[in-house]
Design a protein. Structure first.
Length: 255
C-alpha cells in the first residue's frame, strides 16, 4: 500500500513538473535555448517534493529565464551514457549545453550492481562506443577494494575516460559541471562510502585535462571545508552548493 501511494505521489508530481516545464518553455520561446542534463546532484535529495524536480536547485533559474530543455536525473542511475543519448536525440540547436554528470560513472560500487547498471545501458553504450567496448566493460574485473563484501567497479573505469571525453568534445557550447573530491573522513548524512572513492576525483582530473571546452564549473578545486559546506554527503548539493553552481553558470552564460 505504501509503495503504491508513493508511486501515485511521484506520478502526480511528475505531471506537475512536466506541465510547469512546458509553460515556461512556451513563455520563454523567444529567449536563448538551453539544454540541461543532471544526475541526482541536480535536485535537493533531502526533500521528497524535490526528487527529480527541475524546480529544486539551480536549474529552476534557467527554466524560468530561458527556453530550457531540462532533464534532472531522468534515470534511476543517471550516467554519461544517458546524457549522450538524450542530447543526440535532441535538435542540437542550443546556445548552451550544460552537463552535470559523472559521479555515478566514476564512483566505485559493488561489482554485481555495476554489471546490472551496465546491462541496463547496453544499447546506449553500444550505440556510442561499440560492442567491443561494451563487452570490455562487462568483463572488467574490478578493483581489489571491497564494499559490502564484494570487489568494486565503476561504469566508467579508467580506460573509458578518454572515450567519454572524445564524445564530449563533439558537443558545441558544452558547459561541464565536474565532480568534487570525496572526504573519506566525513560521511555527512549518508553512510561510509567505498575506501577507493578517491578514484572519482582522479578520473575527474583526467577528464578535465582532455576536455576541449574551457567553460567549466570546476568542483574538483573545492577545499575540504567547501565540500562539507556545499554538499550534504560528499556528493549531493546543499543550498549553498546549488547557489555556488548557479553563480558560476551565470558567469559563463550571462557574461
Amino acid at each position: 500500500m505504501k509503495r503504491k501511494l508513493s508511486e501515485i505521489f511521484y506520478s502526480l508530481l511528475g505531471l506537475v513538473i512536466k506541465t510547469r516545464l512546458a509553460f515556461f518553455k512556451i513563455k520563454n520561446s523567444s529567449k536563448p535555448k538551453l539544454f540541461i542534463f543532471t544526475d541526482s546532484r541536480g535536485f535537493n535529495v533531502n526533500k521528497i517534493t524535490h526528487k527529480y524536480n527541475a524546480f529544486s536547485w539551480y536549474t529552476k533559474y534557467f527554466v524560468k529565464n530561458y527556453c530550457t530543455d531540462a532533464y534532472v536525473c531522468p534515470e534511476r542511475t543517471t550516467t554519461v551514457y544517458d546524457f549522450l543519448e538524450q542530447y543526440h536525440n535532441s535538435k542540437k540547436d542550443y546556445k548552451w549545453v550544460i552537463a552535470h554528470i559523472g559521479v555515478v560513472d566514476f564512483a566505485p560500487r559493488p561489482i554485481s550492481q555495476n554489471i546490472q547498471i551496465l546491462k541496463s545501458k547496453k544499447d546506449k553504450i553500444i550505440r556510442f562506443f561499440g560492442k567491443e567496448t561494451y563487452q570490455k566493460l562487462i568483463n572488467f574485473k574490478g578493483y581489489e577494494i571491497l564494499y559490502n563484501g564484494e570487489k568494486t567497479a565503476s561504469t566508467v573505469p579508467e580506460f573509458m575516460v578518454e572515450k567519454v571525453v572524445e564524445e564530449f568534445n563533439k558537443i558545441e557550447n558544452l558547459i561541464y559541471v565536474s565532480c568534487n573530491a570525496v572526504d573519506l573522513n566525513w560521511v555527512g548524512n549518508y553512510k561510509e562510502r567505498p575506501k577507493n572513492s578517491t578514484i572519482i576525483i582522479e578520473k575527474t582530473n583526467r577528464l578535465l585535462t582532455s576536455l576541449k571546452t574551457k567553460n567549466l564549473v570546476d568542483m574538483s578545486k573545492l577545499t575540504t571545508n567547501q565540500i562539507h559546506e556545499y554538499t550534504c554527503d560528499n556528493v549531493h548539493l546543499t543550498e549553498k552548493g546549488s547557489s555556488f553552481i548557479l553563480q558560476q553558470l551565470k558567469n559563463i552564460i550571462e557574461k
